[in-house]
Design a protein around this ligand. Structure first.
Ligand SMILES: Nc1ncnc2c1ncn2[C@@H]1O[C@H](COP(=O)(O)OP(=O)(O)OP(=O)(O)O)[C@@H](O)[C@H]1O
Ligand SMILES: [Mg+2]
Length: 301
């Protein structure tokens, strides 16, 4: 199982949108995916109906080490190839109780060790969405990850917060070590994703220029960590995916399905038919570009 965490200390930059669509893309192409929602806002979980109410069996069951009943999280099967361990609004409170716990950064690591057969061996990918911070829950995700994807939006101070994120990650690497060998337990490589880039605005232009020159210099120097791996445009489709709770790969499938191949129920559903009309109005090239974005992420996952 490959573990991918979407994290950054900045909010509203596309962590949930991209983790949701990346996981759905992988599942659409036949991979078994387990989502884990480590954000108390539970935005990722809310894309799947009716699973956020059961807080006791959410990620809380993993992180609440003072749960002496030994409650285990519920793994919800939400659609073909996709399971999820839901988020809880109590995650911030649980984290505050862990501050003085000496093994606080390896709770998820230890849980995965105990669940090799029913989790690690069962899925191709685990995709973790995080709260905008590098707190205890996000740090636990970093410790178990193979790759960290950090979206960055072209905003005036986005590089300051990115530097802060990188500095905190490297302190965490030094802090979380194997006590016998002194080696860091964190093996993940970090990849940056330029997200929601506008065609015509000065900040976006300077941002794109900076990413391109960093990409070039990384290539020249054969770097394989802290890389910029793709640039994603600002597209309404990405906003729509959140408001419809529908992944882009499904939109493309609906757009391509001929009317005669829709079920009678779908044809009678006005809401479905108007969404389909909107998806059909998107160019093939746009959907192809979307697929290229997720193929690129898969290469680094
Ligand atoms: N490439 C994009 N083009 C247009 N809108 C986008 C793009 N990526 C994300 N968005 C929009 O930006 C908003 C914030 O995205 P999202 O919720 O994924 O961010 P986040 O980093 O998870 O936020 P938080 O830190 O609060 O969890 C959403 O409305 C989303 O639809
Ligand atoms: Mg989010």
């Amino acid at each position: 199982m490959e573990i991918v965490t979407f994290a950054n200390i900045k909010g509203g930059i596309g962590k949930t949108t991209l983790s949701y669509n990346f996981g759905e893309y992988l599942a659409f192409h036949g991979n078994k995916v387990l989502f884990m929602d480590l954000d108390q806002q539970s935005s990722l979980s809310r894309n799947y109906k009716g699973i956020t109410e059961d807080q006791k069996h959410s990620v809380e069951a993993i992180f609440n080490i003072y749960n002496f009943e030994k409650v285990e999280p519920k793994i919800w099967h939400v659609k073909k190839n996709i399971d999820i361990i839901s988020g809880t609004s109590r995650l911030d409170k649980i984290q505050s109780q862990l501050v003085t716990y000496s093994n606080k950064y390896v709770i998820l690591y230890q849980w995965l060790q105990r669940h090799y057969d029913d989790v690690v061996a069962k899925y191709d990918y685990m995709i973790i969405d995080c709260h905008p911070d590098l707190g205890i829950a996000t740090s636990n995700a970093v410790v178990v990850s193979d790759a960290i994807f950090a979206p960055v939006k072209p905003e005036k101070y986005s590089f300051d917060s990115l530097k802060e994120f990188k500095d905190r990650l490297s302190s965490l690497k030094q802090e979380v070590v194997n006590i016998q060998t002194g080696e860091s337990l964190i093996k993940a490589k970090t990849y940056f994703i330029g997200n929601a880039i506008r065609k015509v605005d000065g900040v976006s232009k300077a941002f794109t220029h900076m990413i391109e020159s960093e990409m070039e210099s990384a290539k020249k120097n054969n770097l394989d960590d802290n890389l910029w791996i793709c640039k994603i445009p600002e597209w309404i489709l990405f906003t729509v995916t959140a408001s419809f709770s529908m992944p882009l790969c499904e939109m493309e499938k609906i757009a391509r399905t001929l009317k005669k191949d829709l079920t009678q129920d779908q044809q009678n559903d006005m809401d479905f038919m108007s969404k389909r009309k909107y998806f059909k109005n998107q160019s093939k090239a746009k959907f192809e570009e979307v697929n290229n974005i997720f193929e690129t992420l898969k290469k680094y996952a």
